[in-house]
Design a protein around this ligand. Structure first.
Ligand code: PLP
Length: 447
């Protein structure tokens, strides 16, 4: 169904004519395929015109307050007079020290301070990584995504002109991953791979065994894994909260010598607005020499190329004050003066309640298993409804005051699905979510 042929005779929580006109005014041809930010804007327009508050599930914004520790450190640093100074591209010493400690205490891996480089969020971390990794070899230029994934990563490769291969891992979990990766890597054109763990949008959490398989195959075929830990420690089935104490958030860093890990403050410290994260490069990869790099950089050394080639070209350093903020937030986690993981558990609890509401009203969970286990409750989940594609469902739910994104931009094979993000939905909205989905279910009878 499109905005032109929606059945206006059906009673929906939001006036059909308003939704339809706002979709048409947006000029977006297929609203079901719209990007997250486009949906944010159309939803805001519908809310304004209809006066009806939406249940916003489209954007992965943290729903918690920004870390006080970060805000205070940032203000203090600005007052101390750093704003006129260019920060060094490799990052302030204080931050490098705390990232290195954090890697040891929360991931149980040893990474020297020089290998920890700030980035403007994990998003610029992946951009800088892709920029460099796609140039280490004139023969191996492609990136593999373990999908479904964060659509912006693909957009980054599109604008860089770098080809990619996508593997929806749902059917290749556990030991099955081995043969599939072997098949893809053996073609010989993959330079690097990227995945997020836990995963956006499906909330798949790779097991130690799967990371071991991936790490070993990366070693065998000399492929560099980029592990995006935007949702670090958020597999709440395990207690990863205590620094230096098992169990630890699983990481590829245990299973191969050459890797990149992206750390983000956006979700774990609710610090998305300040755009600060960190690129952690394994010491072996940092010091590796690639002759082909000299086609684009003044050096053959990978770490040097990342810092003085790519990171310099992208933003010539990362906002000085935010580096102080991240250093302070990581220090509080490392010293365990604050338990950041505990604060995040509210997302898991809310996901559990929201999933129940969807299931009661005829929806199904799309990515429902995690290597044989039921999928965990976290920041996102995926749902479908009989008779609808994901794109149709995104559009239809707008008439019910609910916004989400379809899985079609995520590299998913499951075209029937949409992604729901729990962070902006408040507990007080859950009865209204139930009411709206009940009407949806009533209007779309399941045979
Ligand atoms: C997998 C993944 N990586 C990265 C990001 C963005 O992180 P940052 O805000 O640090 O750029 C997101 C945000 O939704 C994400 O889901």
């Amino acid at each position: 169904m499109t905005a032109n042929d929606v059945n206006t005779a059906i009673d929906t929580p939001v006036d059909c004519s308003i939704v339809r006109s706002k979709i048409l005014e947006s000029g977006i041809k297929n609203i079901g395929r719209a990007s997250i930010r486009e949906l944010v804007s159309v939803t805001a327009e519908i809310e304004k015109a209809s006066g009806i508050k939406f249940i916003r599930m489209e954007m992965g914004v943290p729903g918690l307050q920004a870390s006080d520790t970060g805000v205070k450190a940032e203000i203090e640093s600005l007052e101390s007079g750093i704003a006129n100074l260019y920060p060094s591209i490799e990052g302030i010493q204080l931050l490098k020290k705390e990232v290195s400690r954090f890697a040891k205490l929360y991931l149980d891996i040893t990474v020297p301070e020089k290998c920890c480089i700030p980035s403007t969020g994990s998003t610029s971390g992946s951009f800088i990584s892709f920029l460099t990794l796609s140039k280490i070899s004139s023969e191996k230029k492609k990136i593999l995504f373990l999908d479904p994934g964060f659509p912006v990563h693909k957009q980054q490769l599109n604008i860089l002109g770098v080809d990619y291969v996508s593997l929806d891992v749902y059917d290749f979990r556990g030991e099955k991953l081995k043969d599939k990766l072997d098949e893809i890597f053996s073609v010989g054109d993959i330079a690097a791979l990227l995945y997020s763990n836990p995963n956006n949008p499906a909330w798949i959490c790779f097991t130690e065994r799967e990371l071991e398989i991936t790490g070993e195959l990366c070693k065998k075929y000399d492929v560099i894994p980029v592990e995006d830990l935007a949702y670090l420690n958020m597999d709440f089935r395990k207690d990863y909260s205590r620094p230096g104490v098992k169990p630890f958030q699983p990481t590829i860093g245990k299973y191969t010598d050459d890797y990149i890990i992206l750390i983000s403050s956006s979700k774990i410290f609710s610090y998305a607005g300040q755009r600060i994260g960190c690129i952690v490069i394994s010491p072996h990869l940092f010091g590796r020499n690639y002759d082909d790099l000299t086609r684009y950089f003044q050096t053959t050394e990978f770490g040097h190329a990342v810092i003085y080639g790519s990171a310099y070209a992208v933003s010539a350093g990362v906002t000085h004050s935010t580096q102080y903020a991240l250093a302070a937030m990581l220090k509080s986690a490392n010293d365990f003066t604050e338990n950041f993981t505990e604060k995040l558990k509210v997302y898991g609890e809310r996901a559990r309640k929201m999933k129940e509401i969807f299931l009661r009203n005829g929806f199904s969970i799309v990515y429902d298993r995690d290597d044989g286990e039921p999928i965990a409750d976290g920041f996102y989940f995926t749902v479908s409804y009989p008779g609808f594609s994901g794109e149709e469902l995104v559009e239809e739910l707008l008439y019910y005051g609910i916004s989400a994104i379809s899985l079609s931009n995520t590299g998913s094979n499951r075209k029937e699905g949409i992604r729901a993000c729990v962070s902006l939905v408040s507990d007080s909205q859950l009865p209204e979510l139930e009411r709206r989905l009940r009407i949806f279910n009533h209007n779309h009878k399941i045979n």
